[in-house]
Design a protein around this ligand. Structure first.
Ligand SMILES: *Cc1c(COP(=O)(O)O)cnc(C)c1O
Length: 365
């Protein structure tokens, strides 16, 4: 039996044994009543997580599939991409790979792109869509979305939001924030097995999607929309994963999203406090990559002292029985990342952080 509480990667994240076990449900015809009941049972939980009254699509793919869907099915025209880390860069790359004319607004890895810069860019050109990463998993920066959707709407652009390490850990109000396409993956803050992605499109997004000629088929949002109303998926879904999703979403509804978000904030606070106290206790110049006030509640990226290699820390922590993440992309050698998301608790996290401190004490001195 899997022992929960030692796996602190910023994705995939740890999965409780009962959720792993839930995957063992029986095969079902995906055009039958039993499947439709199962599919429909996911909707209240998914809508709760996304903060929407719209139906939520279930894609048998990793989250990158819906990154592509978001771009491919957006109305024709140029795309503005906010790039402040590796996943934001991937979003821009996907838009280019889908033949979009992409303009990039860059910020230092760890920062977020200021809303004023977005506004300025939107004034100078008519963009079809703007891509943004809510919680940038490579740097631990959280972009505030409260005014982002409305700003895009004012300028006639669709807002496309990667909330892969946001939703289910950070507050997400798809409808209230007027966001046009928001998606996440099963293996991040939702703490389910990998292999599903979930997304929601606004009416506004759907109204122009038919104009996008290169929608393809597997990731055609209009197909997802058509089937979701029948409580079905366009193609054969990963049924075992849907069983796990049903069990985990029931758990999340029971916890409530507000309590879940507060628990994540508490885990992030504990991690930040740990960085401060460890810096002092070990006299090590390490710091949090993202700025105070712009930090993700689900992942903390820590810049190590120059004489400490990220992979050595990850290995030493593994020797102590815990899994944490190394740096990602261009921060690979110089940073570590701690994923404090999903079903972890502050108490469980403390055990991991103690192991990291012990590893750092051994390596750095
Ligand atoms: C993990 C992640 C992705 C990619 O998800 P996959 O499920 O691996 O395709 C995209 N964006 C962010 C912010 C992520 O953390």
């Amino acid at each position: 039996m899997h022992q929960f509480g030692r796996f602190f990667l910023p994705g995939p994240t740890d999965i409780r044994p009962e959720i792993l076990a839930a995957q063992a449900g029986p095969p079902l015809p995906h055009r039958g009543a039993a499947f439709e009941t199962l599919f429909a049972s996911l909707q209240p939980g998914l809508r709760h997580v996304f903060g929407t009254t719209r139906p939520v699509y279930v894609s048998t793919s990793s989250a990158t599939g819906l990154m592509e869907a978001a771009v491919r099915c957006a109305k024709p025209g140029p795309v503005l991409s906010l790039v402040n880390g590796a996943f934001a860069e991937r979003f821009a790359d996907i838009a280019r790979a889908c033949d979009r004319d992409v303009t990039v607004l860059e910020a230092r890895w760890g920062d977020t792109v200021p809303l004023e810069q977005v506004e300025q860019a939107l004034r100078t050109r008519a963009y079809a869509a703007v891509t943004v990463v809510h919680s940038e998993t490579s740097t631990g920066a959280l972009t505030s979305l409260a005014e982002f959707g409305a700003l895009c709407r004012t300028h006639g652009a669709l807002s496309l939001v990667d909330s892969v390490t946001g939703a289910a850990g950070a507050a997400m109000h798809t409808d209230a924030w007027q966001l046009d396409f928001v998606f996440t993956g099963s293996q991040k803050a939702l703490a389910m097995p990998a292999g599903l992605a979930f997304g929601v499109a606004s009416e506004r997004y759907l109204a122009t999607a038919h104009e996008a000629a290169g929608r393809g088929r597997y990731f055609d949002v209009l197909e997802f929309e058509q089937y979701v109303h029948k409580h079905q998926t366009p193609n054969t879904p990963a049924i075992s994963l849907l069983y796990a999703a049903a069990a985990q979403l029931a758990h999340i509804v029971h916890e409530t999203i507000d309590v879940r978000v507060a628990r994540h904030a508490a885990m992030a606070d504990a991690t930040h406090a740990w960085v401060r106290s460890t810096r002092e206790a070990l006299d090590l110049p390490m710091c949090i990559q993202a700025r105070d006030g712009e930090r993700s509640p689900t992942v903390t990226c820590i810049a190590l002292p120059t004489h400490v290699a990220g992979d050595a820390v990850v290995r030493a922590v593994a020797d102590r029985g815990f899994v944490i993440g190394g740096g990602y992309g261009k921060l690979k050698a110089t940073h570590i990342r701690i994923g404090h998301m999903g079903d972890h608790t502050v108490e469980g996290l403390h055990a991991c952080l103690e192991a990291v401190r012990d590893a750092l004490a051994t390596i750095a001195h």
